[in-house]
Design a binder for this molecule. Structure first.
Ligand code: GDP
Length: 462
């Protein structure tokens, strides 16, 4: 346990109307009292606010409001003080200096939240949720992060663990009576529990696809021959002239990324140089990049027009790049000229591709912005289809996802240990293993490296 009293700027580093400095630790009141001209904070009621001045010796630094939070009803569970001052970076620096001079030390990244976790006020998944709430950039990610902060995942996992723990204790009791060959843990009931655990764990694991999409956004690659209208489409989607549109084939040399939030989900559009064999060295770099972008994209928008493409080319392209986890949307562009879905070109595509490769075909005019709304609806459908109905809790964190996968594997192993009547000792071992992985999510089983990794990504003051 760390007994230092720590301090840090909790608000953004820069000029603002107000700034807040946080102090937490056994000596928080004592230290602030030494540089506060106002009420004796040790004698103040918890959760009260006091007017006064922060001073360095006799020199007043700023007129402030000081909030007092007494242990254990505080974020860190320690005595805490929040100093609201006039938001000048210079004043912030002066106040921190005077606090340090009086016995506090600068907090490390995430140290306040780390203390909240270490002191048992929140579990690890809730600590991670704090970072997610702060980082949330849209409605969907804010909602899941807040649910996690309120203990959504913690509750689900602790229920699963609780059931498993009861059986594990009974199996371990059997080990104590090994000579007597007794079975305290009813194997049939245990198998039923493991079946339901498998179902619940799988639902949580499956929710990660959706969770990841709303937390980290969805990569959408825009592909097509030079002049197919990729930059125009990107502009139409963003309704701003960001990408350079030109008539000379191959002008989008590098990739351009733009983020568009549609119904609370971030879509990252990646415009690429046209995919085609080329001898131009610079363009070749672009082509290579396009291939890399398709490899990591979840959605691929393939643009073509009937003047510059043949159906077989589009079919060959789809066949080459098709992956089960890639949604391909074929965009027949420039329909303002004379195209429509009622043409032979698209009929051929529809017959060959749509049934086998689950592609979608949409007629658009990037230039006139026809079909853009239909395209956006299609993108939203993609995300909504990832949603699982079985579980209300959505996994958004890679670490949780991996721990859940390991838990599921070990639950499956416990099941096969039972069905093959393995020795109780082995059964107990597998059960412990499953419990440990479930405990990793809440931080019941963890190590310094994992903690260091999580909290070092927080900012100072959090
Ligand atoms: P990129 O090379 O694929 O990025 O293609 P651009 O977006 O630069 O477009 C190439 C040319 O096609 C430009 O002159 C655009 O104005 C034109 N263009 C793009 N989309 C449309 C469309 O829907 N209809 C028509 N008529 N022209 C388009």
């Amino acid at each position: 346990m760390n007994h230092d009293t720590i301090c840090a700027l909790a608000t953004a580093n820069g000029v603002g109307a107000l700034g807040i400095i946080r102090v937490s630790g056994n000596k928080a009141f004592e230290i602030v009292n030494r540089c506060f001209e106002g009420k004796n904070l040790s004698k103040a009621e918890s959760h009260t606010v006091h007017y006064g001045f922060i001073k360095d010796g006799d020199e007043q630094i700023d007129e402030v409001m000081v909030s007092v939070f007494k242990a254990p009803r505080t974020f860190t569970t320690e005595n805490s003080v929040e100093i609201s001052f006039h938001g000048s970076p210079h004043i912030a620096k002066k106040i921190l200096e005077v606090l340090i001079k009086n016995g506090a030390r600068m907090a490390k990244a995430g140290e306040f939240t780390m203390r909240a976790f270490m002191n048992g006020r929140i579990d690890l998944s809730q600590a991670e949720a704090i970072a997610d709430v702060i980082a949330s950039e849209n409605e969907a990610s804010r909602k899941v992060a807040l649910n996690q902060l309120k203990g959504g995942i913690s509750n689900e996992i602790s229920e699963l663990r609780g059931d498993l723990l009861n059986f594990t204790s009974l199996v371990e009791l059997e080990l104590d009576f090994a000579e007597e060959d007794v079975e305290f843990a009813d194997r049939t009931a245990m198998k039923m529990l493991l079946d339901s655990l498998e179902t619940k764990l799988s639902a949580l694991i499956d929710s990660f696809q959706y969770g990841n999409a709303i937390k980290n956004g969805v990569d959408v690659a825009i592909i097509g021959k030079p002049n197919a209208g990729k930059s125009t489409l990107l502009n139409a989607l963003l309704k701003e002239e960001r990408a350079i549109v030109s008539d000379i084939a191959g002008t989008t040399r590098d990739t351009i990324e733009e983020i568009l939030h549609i119904k609370g989900t971030a879509f990252r559009f990646i415009d690429t140089a046209g995919i085609r064999e080329t001898t131009d060295e610079i363009e070749a770099i672009g082509v290579q990049k396009a291939k890399e972008k398709i490899a990591t994209a979840k959605i691929l928008l393939y643009l073509y027009d009937e003047f510059d493409s043949r159906p077989q080319e589009v079919i060959d392209f789809v066949k080459e790049f098709y992956r089960e986890d890639l949604k391909i949307i074929l965009l027949h562009n420039k329909i303002d000229i004379n195209g429509s879905l009622e043409n032979e070109f698209d009929q051929q595509l529809a017959e060959t591709l749509v049934p086998v490769y689950t592609t979608t075909l949409l007629p658009i005019s990037a230039k006139d912005q026809t079909g853009i709304e239909a395209l956006k609806t299609e993108l939203i459908h993609y995300v909504e289809n990832l949603k699982q109905d079985e579980s209300n809790v959505i996994i958004t964190n890679q670490r949780h996802y991996e721990a859940l996968q390991k838990s599921l594997e070990s639950v499956t192993r416990v099941k096969s240990a039972i069905s093959q009547s393995f020795h109780t000792e082995l059964l107990a071992y597998e059960l412990r293993y499953a419990l440990e992985h479930l405990g990793e999510i809440s931080g019941e089983f963890t190590n310094d490296e994992v903690l260091g990794n999580i909290f070092s990504k927080f900012c100072i003051g959090k």
